[in-house]
Design a protein around this ligand. Structure first.
Ligand SMILES: [Zn+2]
Length: 119
């Protein structure tokens, strides 16, 4: 069974007679990552007494997506052989670092064009 169908069944079971058309949910879920979808369904079932609207559901999936991206980047950085937790020393005397070009590509690119601001 498709993960989307399973998730919809779980929503229906948790919120009987509250979900709108299955087709609408399926449509709004079709581009979602399976892990994000599944975890968001879990989260609502645990935290919400009422069935969320499609818009409310979408909002939480965006947060969940961000969290997973962050976790993914952290794994990447932790296992990167080129750097020290995402940083490469550029100047030993001044003790300055730059983002790693292997595992922090986005920050590295900004650093290269001079727009990187360490957060
Ligand atoms: Zn790295």
């Amino acid at each position: 069974m498709q993960i989307q169908l399973k998730c919809f069944d779980r929503l229906e079971a948790a919120y009987p007679n509250q979900t709108t058309s299955q087709e609408q949910w399926m449509n709004s879920w079709k581009d979602l990552d399976n892990a994000v979808l599944s975890r968001t369904v879990d989260w609502f079932i645990k935290n919400w007494a009422k069935c969320p609207t499609l818009a409310q559901f979408k909002e939480v999936t965006l947060d969940e997506q961000k969290r997973q991206n962050k976790a993914f980047l952290k794994d990447l950085t932790d296992s990167c052989p080129k750097c020290d937790s995402g940083w490469i020393q550029v100047d030993v005397i001044k003790d300055t670092f730059r983002p790693c070009d292997a595992c922090r590509v986005e920050q590295f690119n900004r650093w290269q064009v001079g727009t990187y601001r360490p957060s």
